[in-house]
Design a protein around this ligand. Structure first.
Ligand SMILES: Nc1ncnc2c1ncn2[C@@H]1O[C@H](COP(=O)(O)OP(=O)(O)OP(=O)(O)O)[C@@H](O)[C@H]1O
Ligand SMILES: [Mg+2]
Length: 350
């Protein structure tokens, strides 16, 4: 566990970057620091591994003040990932990843084997190992940055806007990859971003900071969205807070109709029917006009995906209905507009 105990950082020019910050980043969880530019996120992060020393208060690592641990020893247990990956341009990918193992005196063969294993772990083709950083895409470089931080298997990972320099699609896949890795590795992660969506997606807990380095709210994402502490947090969460909140509403109890699916394109009394294959996979919506014309559909996995996904699925289709499928992609029913409205009304009351 990482503990900030009334930590203040004043720079020599008098700027207070962090002001009496108190918070805990629990072991094995992702704690996200989020807030506008200049609110002290990077400063807070760097005080953990002593790249910056606190002016007042203290930071404890599993109860031990970091001020009493010499920086090289401290950093051996802390991986650090930054924006643009920060790779060494003249070292091959494999040697970039093996940086810390080399520093720890591992022999070259063992260090490289570890690096190859990690490249695979973060979803990179091992064939890239012999390349130089400039020969990789931005997203690939970020993955290398993550692999490098994990190389010595540190219990703590500090990540400062690691995914902010890549396009939205690559960013999403890097986020998914991080969550997948974390499910295996259970690191204590402090993740900095200014993107509230990223914070909500990744954080077990989210700390919202305001300029001047003061903590505005510390909460799990669901609580943050449903009970913002003040106007600053509400504003920071944005106007689509209501929609975001639906990410945390289950589709489990959603009322489904099973009488709207059909194997054949035959006219019925209903304005729409969902054509499915012999093994119940969706093909398209049929409006009873020309049999060769099917309209697009959207699916969500019942019980696993959120109400937000169900709503997205409904909006993808002119039928206005969302197709509920099971984990194997087989249709289990259809959520009509009315059923979705009903569920949304219930969620708003909750
Ligand atoms: N070396 C320094 N000397 C003086 N002031 C500094 C120094 N480093 C940062 N600051 C100031 O401290 C405040 C917090 O900076 P910090 O880099 O921690 O913010 P941040 O939240 O990471 O911002 P961003 O989202 O832009 O990365 C800012 O006002 C910044 O200008
Ligand atoms: Mg920063």
């Amino acid at each position: 566990m990482i503990t900030f105990d009334a930590v203040t950082k004043r720079y020599p020019d008098g700027t207070t970057a962090v002001d009496a910050l108190t918070l805990e980043a629990p072991t094995g969880e992702i704690t996200v620091l989020v807030g506008p530019s200049g609110c002290g996120k990077t400063t807070s992060l760097r005080m953990i591994n002593r790249m910056i020393d606190a002016s007042e208060g203290q930071i404890l690592l599993d109860g031990v003040p970091v001020s009493g641990i010499d920086p090289p020893t401290l950093r051996r247990g802390i991986g650090y990932v930054i924006q643009q990956a920060g790779l060494f341009p003249h070292r091959k990918i494999v040697d970039n990843v093996a940086t810390v193992p080399y520093l720890l005196g591992w022999d070259k063969k063992k260090a490289r084997a570890r690096a190859m294993e990690l490249l695979e772990r973060v979803g990179l083709d091992p064939a890239l190992a012999g390349r130089y950083p400039f020969q990789l895409s931005g997203g690939q470089q970020q993955r290398v940055g993550v692999a490098r931080a994990l190389a010595a298997d540190p219990p703590v990972l500090l990540m400062d806007e690691p995914f902010s320099a890549v396009d939205p699609i690559v960013r999403t896949s890097l986020q998914d990859e991080l969550l997948r890795l974390q499910a295996e590795l259970n690191k204590t992660i402090v993740f900095v971003t200014h993107d509230i969506d990223e914070a909500i997606k990744l954080g077990d807990r989210v700390a919202v900071l305001r300029v001047g380095g003061r903590l505005a709210q510390l909460a799990d994402p669901k609580t943050l969205l449903s009970e913002p502490a003040d106007d600053f947090v509400r504003e920071f969460l944005g106007h689509d807070r209501g929609i975001r909140r639906l990410q945390f509403v289950s589709t489990k109890g959603l009322r489904l109709r099973t009488d709207l699916t059909a194997r054949d394109r035959v006219a019925s009394d209903e304005p729409w029917s969902l054509v499915v294959t012999a093994d119940d996979r969706p093909v398209g919506w049929y409006a009873g006009s020309r049999p060769e014309e099917l309209e697009p559909y959207g699916t969500f996995v019942l019980g696993r995906d959120s109400m937000r996904s169900a709503l997205d699925a409904a909006l993808l289709s002119p039928s206005g209905c969302a197709v509920a499928v099971d984990e194997d992609g087989k249709v289990v029913g259809v959520a009509t507009r009315e059923a979705l409205d009903e569920a949304l009304a219930e969620a708003a009351d909750a």
